[in-house]
Design a binder for this molecule. Structure first.
Ligand code: CDM
Ligand code: ATP
Length: 376
């Protein structure tokens, strides 16, 4: 019987790129958010004298050899664990390839989770994260799920509190799928080329966008007063952080006005505007003006993507316009987050009228990410 694992996708709620490093990677700071859209993997594994990996996929563009992230993950995990096995994986692709939604990375994480289950292994969480980081910068985030902070080259992940909007933790989301693929290494190279002649942009004392973005996240999520730690986190990998005030869940705001005052801290955004953290964490984030640095290099190359972002946003000042719309990762997928499902559906229609494929989904908080992981 195959082990079925859902391989969810992600978006980046802000991404700041730092200077290139000597190992060819770039430092970055980002906030990952998993989405309910998923590929599916079906994995069969049994101990054998020598390791043999066989991959299949419904999508002919997916490499079925050692270039595949799933292959890399299975080979690496077995080698680290000093095991040999025959492993067959079917990768059912629903997500775009080169979309910036971390699909290939998620496939790798799902394969690791499936392999553990199929072979009844229990890999220590630190080892899991270490193996994941070796397969790709975006892989570890899928061992955390929900919202998580990414730093270093993106592989250093820390669980973030649930991101809510008006009490909703599954925020309606539209993914626009432009008819182009953006290569991640090429996008990083373009970033370097663009700013080669402006070294100040890579000079931390003059403009350190990464530090700025870190401060932004800290200003939104940093209130420590009510931080709780629940060791039975859904993943079993990390304790579940819960920031009750920033999460804005109404029940947390009960109590006397004095108590509410105590639980309603304020912080200031980059322009000094006061943010009421009790309001909701997504709006507080948006108000800080978070951006994705990749837009600077990807939009000039693919002007249609800027246009798609406008369609995702919708007419300004209207109630049904997006709370935020941006490129995800290095693209080409873009996302919009909305107050309601009907607003998301209206955005989907706007895009379809302009010939752009669009999917309606929701953000996926950490508990749901793990509870539905093995559902077929
Ligand atoms: C753009 C993002 O999707 C944002 O979440 C990720 O940074 C990309 O992560 P990923 O696809 O897992 O990337 P990896 O497979 O680790 O790296 C692919 C290539 O992208 C470039 N790369 C990636 C991550 C990083 N922090 N700096 C880089 O310069 C490198 O050229 C690397 O060889
Ligand atoms: N399991 C996989 N699924 C899809 N593509 C894969 C896989 N393994 C390797 N690849 C190769 O990796 C390339 C990028 O795949 P992927 O879909 O992960 O890009 P992406 O969505 O831009 O990811 P990211 O958000 O991490 O940058 C593809 O061109 C493909 O040839």
């Amino acid at each position: 019987m195959p082990t079925h694992v859902r391989s969810y996708s992600k978006i980046n709620l802000g991404l700041a790129i730092g200077p290139p490093r000597s190992d060819g990677f770039h430092s970055l700071v980002t906030l990952y958010q998993t989405l309910a859209l998923y590929d599916q993997i079906a994995l069969v594994a049994r101990p054998a004298a020598v390791t043999r990996i066989t991959l299949r996929s419904n999508d002919p563009r997916v490499p079925l050899d050692a270039r595949n992230t799933v292959w890399k993950m299975v080979a690496k995990a077995l080698s680290v664990l000093n095991r040999t096995a025959e492993v067959t994986v079917h990768i059912q692709k629903n997500l775009p390839i080169q979309g910036g939604m971390g699909a290939g990375s998620a496939n790798a994480a799902a394969a690791l989770i499936g392999l553990e289950k199929a072979l009844c292994l229990s890999i220590p969480p630190e080892t899991r994260l270490e193996i994941a980081a070796q397969v790709g910068s975006d892989v570890p985030l899928f061992l955390v799920g929900g919202a998580s902070f990414g730093s270093n080259r993106g592989e250093a992940v820390t669980p973030a509190p649930v991101i809510t909007f008006e009490g909703q933790s599954e925020i309606p989301c539209v993914i626009a799928l432009p008819n182009v693929g953006v290569s991640t290494p090429q996008a990083f190279r373009d970033w370097d080329a663009r700013f080669k002649s402006a070294p100040d942009l890579h000079n931390p004392p003059i403009r350190d966008t990464m530090n700025e973005l870190s401060r932004t996240y800290a200003s939104v999520f940093g209130y420590q007063g009510e931080m709780e730690s629940n060791q039975s986190g859904a993943s079993g990998i990390f304790p579940e952080p819960s920031l009750s005030v920033a999460s804005g869940s109404p029940e947390k705001l009960q109590g006397t006005p004095d108590e509410q005052l105590h639980r309603s801290p304020e912080t200031t955004d980059r322009s000094g505007i006061k943010i009421d953290l009790a309001e909701n964490s997504l709006l507080a984030l948006v108000r800080t003006g978070i951006e994705n640095d990749f837009e600077t290099v990807v939009f000039p190359q693919y002007p249609s993507l800027r246009e798609i972002k406008r369609h995702l946003m919708g007419p300004s000042e209207q109630e049904n316009s997006a709370i935020i719309a941006a490129l995800s990762g290095s693209g080409s997928a873009l996302f919009g987050l909305y107050r309601s499902k009907s607003h998301a559906e209206a955005a989907q229609q706007r895009l379809q009228q302009h010939g752009v494929k669009a999917l309606v989904t929701t953000t996926l908080p950490r508990p749901l990410y793990w509870s539905d992981m093995f559902a077929e």
